[in-house]
Design a protein around this ligand. Structure first.
Ligand code: F6R
Length: 607
């Protein structure tokens, strides 16, 4: 969603901010803008709807010397996509950018209009600028004016504000991501909504907690100070040495990040195995091993939720722990039956998904132990949970999640292993590590067969619709396969439990519909009967099934054979890589924007 970058320092601030915004492009946006104080101490604002390139074009040939600058990429929530609604919003002295939603914006705007304040945009964000301007016009000192304005708003937001009179930058947030960073060697201070924007630019990262005011100023001894809302200095932040490399944004020899990330999976599986079985991850498993939850509540969104469905199966099968998996946006508002003694488990790549964070907060309020299975260390979810298992997927740039899903499910399997009390059982340990390594090997082999999947994609990419079907642990994979296809290829696709199709959706089957039928070992005969039902209605059958099954191959129009009989409960992850590649190549033939599909954002920080 919206991206924020701010920079203060002797280096060229505008260039640094533009570089940061470029790195945030992957998150999805529709407009971009910057504001800085030029060498005549004038506040300059440039903003443009569309790609960052449009903004860069209007900056061309301008003298952009500045020692503080803030910038923004907008993903519209209030008001259409146009130049005026783009950020920064400004008056002659102050510029500000905003990430999130001001929920009481309409009430506040009415009040401010009655006071004679004029608005230029349709955004909720401008309300904060109006509150701040109003305070400053009453001679309230700048820092206090921000605090007073922040007190007035409700909802989850992060703001970064540039004061042109002092060239200082302030940042503050509640329930939205924010990170500051310092480069001591070059005396630069930065702030962003995503640590990835600061990769390679800073030596230390600081993640402020909610309601902490961050102040970047050349007048501060260490450039960066933190304040409570009562004005006193605070240490309510988490500091961390950055571990993301700036080169993660390199596609290498691949045409898309999505394809690169699909191909990274075997190595990531191996590295996860090493980390948790023979590395520093062992202590994280020990940390959760003694938990004895009466019940587990899994909450997540989208792909991460489907990973949660698989984890639910692990916890029920291997640990006999009753487990409920619920979409976070539903869980948070349904007054769920939860109580202390139970455990909240939250699955997320970004660790910043607003609904997942709210679900976590609810569990904490009710006294539950909370665990995250998360990619971004230091993210809000990571900081808010009592226990964390990181998935070590590296930076995921493609909007469609691929490698994170695989790592989430595997990490969930590790959680189940830790809870089973088997951590000190050498046989169990070796067996599970070998199973992980076998999966990596099989995915390697599969990736070498990419051409076959590409050829099938070419045959079916113009069809009307797609049903992905599976049973048991292959059902969440059917859901995930369909989600992947619809989000990047813009075609209608649905995931169904194989036995459920005849209870309605089978009415849609004709010679234009494809059934991607996943045939795992569970209920084999029943699943084959379901395929026959589709075939009888002239549906196109693409089966992903066991190697050497000639009968199954015969009743299918296309057959992708996999050797997954010995992979056990990790077989679904193997199949899922086929689905990832199928979605990728169908989208490629359709000519869509694979890494940045329309209307989507990488990290959904508003509800
Ligand atoms: C789909 C996808 C989304 C995310 C969902 C949750 O490919 O990426 O469905 O899985 O928005 O995001 P995180 O995992 O960051 O909480």
């Amino acid at each position: 969603m919206c991206g924020i970058v701010g920079h203060l320092g002797p280096q060229n601030s505008v260039e640094t901010v533009l570089e940061g915004l470029k790195r945030l492009e992957y998150r999805g946006y529709d407009s971009a803008g910057v504001s800085f104080v030029d060498e005549h101490n004038e506040l300059c604002v440039f903003k443009k709807s569309g790609k960052l390139e449009n903004l860069k074009r209007i900056l061309e040939g301008k003298n952009l010397v500045a020692r503080s600058c803030i910038g923004h990429t907008r993903w519209a929530t209030h008001g259409e996509v146009n130049d005026t609604n783009s950020h920064p919003h400004s008056n002659d002295k102050i510029a500000m950018v905003h990430n999130g939603i001001i929920e009481n914006a309409t009430t506040l705007k009415r009040e401010l209009i009655e006071k004679g304040i004029k608005f230029h945009s349709e955004t909720d964000s401008e309300v904060f600028l109006a509150l701040l301007s109003d305070q400053v016009s009453q001679d309230v000192p700048f820092k206090q004016a921000i605090i007073n304005s922040f007190h007035r708003i409700t909802g989850n937001s992060a703001f970064v504000i540039l004061n042109s009179e002092t060239s200082e930058i302030y940042a503050i947030k509640r329930g939205a991501p924010l990170v500051c960073g310092i480069n001591e060697t070059s005396s630069e201070g930065l702030v962003s909504s995503d640590p990835y924007a600061l990769a390679g630019m800073v030596h230390k990262l600081y993640f402020p907690e909610d309601d902490v005011l961050c102040h970047l100023s050349a007048a501060n001894k260490n450039l960066l100070n933190f304040y409570e809302l009562d004005g006193t200095k605070t240490r309510r932040y988490m500091s961390k040495t950055p571990d993301i490399s700036a080169t993660a944004s390199d596609k290498g020899d691949y045409d898309h990040f999505m394809l690169k990330e699909i191909h990274e999976q075997p190595e990531l599986i191996r590295s996860l195995t090493q980390y948790y079985f023979a590395g520093e991850g062992e202590s994280a498993l020990q940390d959760v091993a003694n938990l004895r939850p009466e019940r587990v509540h899994i909450s997540a969104c989208g792909t991460a939720f489907y990973a949660g469905l698989m984890i639910k199966d692990f916890l029920e099968q291997y640990n006999q722990i009753p487990t409920v998996a619920e979409i976070a946006s539903e869980f948070r508002y349904k007054n769920p039956l939860i109580k202390s003694g139970e455990m909240g488990l939250f699955v997320s790549q970004s660790g910043e998904t607003a609904d997942t964070l709210a679900a976590q907060e609810l569990c904490t309020e009710k006294g539950l132990d909370t665990i995250s299975i998360v990619n971004v260390e230091g993210s809000t979810l990571y900081r808010n949970c009592n226990h964390n298992l990181i998935i070590r997927a590296g930076v995921e740039i493609g909007v469609a999640s691929t490698k994170a899903f695989t790592q989430q499910v595997l990490t969930g399997r590790l959680l189940s292993y830790a809870l089973s009390g088997d951590l000190n059982n050498p046989e169990r340990r070796v067996a599970l590590a070998s199973q992980f390594n076998l999966l990596a090997e099989r995915v390697d082999y599969l990736l070498a067969q990419e051409e076959k999947i590409k050829a099938i994609a070419k045959e079916i990419y113009e069809r009307k619709g797609y049903f992905y079907t599976g049973r048991g642990m292959y059902f969440p994979i059917a859901l995930e396969g369909a989600l992947k296809l619809k989000e990047i290829a813009y075609v209608h696709a649905e995931g169904y439990a194989s036995g459920e199709l005849k209870h309605g959706p089978i009415a849609l089957i004709d010679s234009e519909m494809v059934n991607v039928a996943i045939v795992g070992p569970e209920l084999y005969d029943k699943t084959v009967s379901n395929i026959q039902e589709i075939r009888a209605r002239k549906g196109i059958i693409l089966t992903i099934g066991p190697k050497g099954d000639t009968d199954l191959e015969e009743i299918s129009d296309f057959y992708i054979s996999l050797d997954f009989s010995d992979l056990g409960d990790l077989g679904p992850l193997y199949v899922n890589v086929v689905n990832q590649m199928l979605a990728y190549y169908i989208a490629l033939y359709k000519g869509t924007d694979i890494d940045k599909p329309r209307n989507l954002a990488k990290s959904v920080t508003v509800e």
